[in-house]
Design a protein around this ligand. Sequence first.
Ligand SMILES: Cc1cn([C@H]2C[C@H](O)[C@@H](COP(=O)(O)OP(=O)(O)O[C@H]3O[C@@H](C)C(=O)[C@@H](O)[C@H]3O)O2)c(=O)[nH]c1=O
Length: 188
Amino acid sequence: MINENAVKDGAVITQDWQVERQDITGVHCKEVLHVPRDHGVITEMYRPEWDPTGLPVGHCYQSRLFPGAIGAWSCHAKQIDRLFVNQGHMKVVMYDGREDSPTFGTVNEFHVGDTRPTFLVIPTGVWHGVQNLGAGDVLMLNFPTIAYQYHDPDHYRLPFDSDEIPYSWDIGVRNTARLRADAKKPRV
Ligand SMILES: Cc1cn([C@H]2C[C@H](O)[C@@H](COP(=O)(O)OP(=O)(O)O[C@H]3O[C@@H](C)C(=O)[C@@H](O)[C@H]3O)O2)c(=O)[nH]c1=O
């Protein structure tokens, strides 16, 4: 008999090694394969058709994260972020903060970088944060739809440990949900 307090895994991965998740509406994930050749590797980073919004690239910049660093939480009212990561091991977490969204309150986790080069589309109103889980720097490219406005950045922030977002960076989405549910149980 398995421990009565144990929780059995549900389906977590598909036969094509895709993570089972309820995608936040408007978030798009395009995994890219490296193309190795005798003398090196080609890896595509951006194509217009990878973003269903069809909006143009307004800007491109690189964000380097040091090992262990957490950059959270960010949100934009006008720009759509299009992140691409293929160096290092980064966790990208998104939280749907849009009360009119069918996936309001949903959290999505993505592990991207060397092992899973990935292009992610992050709509306005979706909170997002990143964590470098590797031993080396992570290089993250962003191709947002609007250029950074030095005088008036479209950048809203919440603290990385904000209670407004049901996610804890040190224990992940599943354990956070359980701990928060336990906290709501009446004390006996
Ligand atoms: C985006 C950007 C920032 N900066 C400056 C402003 C700021 O002092 C410093 C750090 O920028 P940020 O505060 O935007 O960096 P950061 O807080 O790491 O946020 C970044 O993290 C990821 C997850 C995102 O969501 C992006 O929107 C990006 O803003 O760099 C520029 O000079 N040019 C730029 O294009």
